[in-house]
Design a protein around this ligand. Structure first.
Ligand code: TLP
Length: 345
């Protein structure tokens, strides 16, 4: 049976061109700064982001952790959305390993933060309070259904950060999806923040890796932080090679994933047992629920799995389906047939 795996865009496999580039990659010891392929990926990433420098890391989680550890010392505070991936899905790593105090403000359903609430959350100088050092945004926003935070919404938070003398970091795990959806160069998004973390291993289909980009002085300190969390990864050019192919060849095709997500959302909206707002689907993530509260999500998930369709539950009320390289328009038709069969039964 052909499996249609919509659990995440992290399940993407490297392309032929990536495998070839990995095989042929020129390598060296990256801890000595001598892996030419890693150096090329870092330079290309910095250029694409419009930043001075960049650092290759193992994962998005490591990228956010290293960025937060570099921005904040023990007892410093970071403000982020209460639906942020960094808050919910990264084991509280910045608190556990860095003693960083996380202060959340509610995410709005469109993935943005209310500038007034962020301004109120910034601490005034007072012996009772931690120092606010950093604000984090996420674009696209995972738990808000792949929502795209607009440049204007980012500018509003940037203004708050600048006024408060606080740095701004972006969890841009899917920032290329945001750029494609907004129709702007990714550097226009990165220009709104001091530092950014983006993933090569999601929609861009590289097997492993993320990149942090920012000022050269920040990246030099982040490189030390990456080492101390075990991220000095030697002949990493074998992975960076795939990342270069990802950046050079896999960005423009994200429009296909967005179109497939749209088709899935529109199709689901026609099934009475499914609860979905197709207009909320902007990129490659489709969140949907069940109209009948008596219907068990686990039963539906299993029914789909039995038909070769894999999806995850985002929470107790919503499924998440993610389109990606390897999911075709025909697959979407099969998924809709399977959903119809399972929930219509
Ligand atoms: N998200 C994964 C899971 O961890 C939930 C997924 O399947 O979506 N920031 C954002 C916004 C992310 O969505 C993710 C991964 C990360 C950071 C962490 O990246 P990795 O998995 O590379 O550590």
């Amino acid at each position: 049976m052909h499996t249609i795996d919509l659990r995440s865009d992290t399940v993407t496999l490297p392309t032929e061109a990536m495998r070839l580039a990995m095989y042929q990659a020129e390598l060296g010891d990256d801890v000595y700064g001598e892996d030419p392929t890693v150096n090329r990926l870092e330079q290309l990433s910095a250029e694409r982001m419009g930043k001075e420098a960049a650092l290759f890391v193992v994962s998005g989680t490591m990228g956010n952790l290293v960025a937060l550890l570099t921005h904040c010392g023990r007892g410093d505070e970071v403000i982020m959305g209460d639906q942020a991936h960094t808050f919910i899905y990264e084991q509280g790593g910045s608190s556990a390993l860095g003693g960083i105090h996380v202060h959340t403000v509610p995410n709005l359903p469109d993935g943005s933060l209310d500038p007034a609430q962020v301004r109120d959350a910034v601490r005034s100088p007072n012996i009772h309070f931690p120092f606010t050092r950093l604000i984090c945004l996420e674009n696209t926003h995972n738990r808000c259904g792949g929502a795209v935070v607009s440049l204007e919404q980012m500018d509003a938070i940037r203004a708050v950060a600048q006024e408060a003398g606080v740095q701004l970091h972006l969890d841009g795990a899917r920032v290329f999806n945001a750029a494609v959806a907004l129709g702007v160069p990714v550097a226009d998004i990165a220009a709104r923040v001091d530092t950014i973390q983006f993933c090569l291993s999601k929609g861009l289909s590289a097997p492993v890796g993320s990149v942090i980009a920012g000022p050269a002085e920040f990246i030099a300190r982040a490189r030390r932080m990456r080492k101390v969390v075990g991220g000095g990864f030697r002949q990493a050019g074998v992975l960076a090679a795939a990342g270069i192919v990802a950046l050079e060849t896999m960005v423009d095709r994200l429009t296909e994933d967005h179109a497939n997500a749209q088709a899935l959302a529109r199709g689901l909206a026609e099934i009475p047992a499914i609860k979905i707002d197709p207009s909320a689907v902007r990129t490659n993530i489709v969140m949907f629920g069940l109209s009948d509260p008596g219907m068990q999500m686990s039963t539906v998930q299993q029914g789909l799995a039995d038909r070769g369709v894999r999806i995850n539950a985002a929470d107790a009320h919503r499924f998440r389906a993610v389109t990606h390289y390897g999911i075709s328009a025909e697959d979407i038709i099969c998924v809709l047939d399977a959903v119809q069969e399972v929930v219509g039964a």
